[in-house]
Design a protein around this ligand. Sequence first.
Ligand SMILES: Cc1cc2nc3c(=O)[nH]c(=O)nc-3n(C[C@H](O)[C@H](O)[C@H](O)COP(=O)(O)OP(=O)(O)OC[C@H]3O[C@@H](n4cnc5c(N)ncnc54)[C@H](O)[C@@H]3O)c2cc1C
Length: 228
Amino acid sequence: MSNDTVNIPPTNHVMVLDGQGWVGLVDQMGTETSIVNAARVSFGKIRKVMDARDAGLVRYLIANHHSSPLEHVVFTFLVHCPLFVRSQWHRHRTWSYNEISRRYTQEEITFFVPRELREQAESDRQASHASEKIDQEACRKIIDNQNKVAYAAYEELLAKGVCREQARGVLPQNMMTTFWGTVDLNNLIKFLELRDSEHAQEEIREYAVAIKQLIKPIVPHVAEVLKW
Ligand SMILES: Cc1cc2nc3c(=O)[nH]c(=O)nc-3n(C[C@H](O)[C@H](O)[C@H](O)COP(=O)(O)OP(=O)(O)OC[C@H]3O[C@@H](n4cnc5c(N)ncnc54)[C@H](O)[C@@H]3O)c2cc1C
């Protein structure tokens, strides 16, 4: 890799989904001093280093939902995830996204196979849990086979002259995709509250936990207040 390119996955990344997916931090603007400086704009001073009063101000802002100063900190992530995680993620409209396009690229297509298949919860349609009843190996094989059948159909369509933008319709939700996502800290906190939650699907939750790990060193006081 030459010095003028970004590694994929980026150097600062966390593996998720049993090593099949990852999220990396590729760019970042602002620090916690940006938050306190924006909050104190009326006082006409810019601080370069956080002190105890500044840490207290960060706590106050979050506790009192004075959230706009948090928007002066911005992160760009590169995400490698299954399509179904991508669909959930992209419901968060305050992010800016750019995703790999199967219309343009023949780049290697890979598929997610869950390490552990869960059972549907009876009481809650959104929930699932570990199960003794499921034959893990047999069910993983069904998924793996289906991924392969779908990919073979895709290849066959291309070989018969069908364009990529139509042939991709046979590819399953387990197909891995890669996208850039940029978001400010205020809206990222909202994303993390919703997606690192017991109500969220386990797979996207792993990404939310990984993002907390990536940004904690950059916003340590915010992380402390929010108990990350
Ligand atoms: C457990 C779970 C289950 C879900 N199930 C479904 C489902 O079955 N079907 C489905 O379609 N979605 C579902 N969603 C998605 C959910 O409805 C939200 O679209 C998603 O969580 C994004 O949340 P958000 O709007 O707060 O985020 P963002 O879009 O990032 O918005 C952040 C904040 O900006 C403000 N905002 C953004 N856009 C607008 C707007 N147009 N008008 C007013 N305020 C705005 C709001 O304050 C919002 O909270 C689910 C989400 C979760 C966490």
